[in-house]
Design a protein around this ligand. Sequence first.
Ligand code: ZN
Length: 332
Amino acid sequence: MVSYKELGLVNTREMFAKAIKGGYAIPAFNFNNMEQLQAIIKAAAETKSPVILQVSKGARNYANQTLLRYMAQGAVEYAKELGWEKPQIVLHLDHGDSFELCKSCVDFGFSSVMIDASSLPYEENIALTKKVVEYAHQYDVTVEAELGVLAGVEDEVASAVSHYTKPEEVVDFATRTGCDSLAISIGTSHGAYKFTPEQCTRDPKTGKLVPPPLAFDVLDAVMEQLPGFPIVLHGSSSVPQEYVDMINSLGGKLPDAIGIPEEQLRKAAKSAVCKINIDSDSRLAFTAAVRKVLTEKPGEFDPRKYCGVARDFMEELYKHKIIDVLGSDGKA
Ligand SMILES: [Zn+2]
């Protein structure tokens, strides 16, 4: 048993309370490798933004859970080396799907876990979430739960259709489970293809898809039911078209990849939405950079040369999200 406190990590409780009061949101960035983690920590340290490092099932399969945890521990020390005296870094399990997995993360030094039982019937979602909360709270680890179903594919979390969160359920759910934050479904979606062309209109000038707006009426109704309660948005990459275009112009094939417009995320960040998950955008930045370097310099074979540029692209992206979209700069 290792407490996250010994590792210099923090849970989300105070962070979220401040974010709701201050009208901003905390970035939750997924990490799978060293370059991504370096870029996240540099961006957070230089902007003095609290940050949530997320580990998904796909990341655990790719990079090994033990290694990722030690990398996060190293990230705290790296942040200090960068001059961030008291780093505000959360290590969070993304989409935990069982009590055993959540328990193993709590025991291993994670400061926050998500139990995603949203695909189960309502009462079973409550029972499993409550069990995780009761365990995690003994160690002051915070718990994110989910109500409603997001569409899209994120690692191994997939659903063809979304079901908006029912505002009439949230008080009962939050009260009976004791969860610390709630992921809701208001039209965000996992992956780089958040909407089908049928769900969108098409801009006649650019030929690009224009996505349907988020269901802010559902968000408002949830906030009315649970005033001041931390709300989480998953699947909130904006799929920057500059990267999509760069990838496509350099031999890639991402037709009609679109995300959530940043102005809608900015609007959400000013409300009780205090954690916004961004994953696909950094994948796109990484891929665009690698394609660019290898196209411009076909003779390059040193991975540090293209992964280094990918790291720079991701750092710039993370800073942009922190400063221009979530407003969390200067809050840590
Ligand atoms: Zn998610």
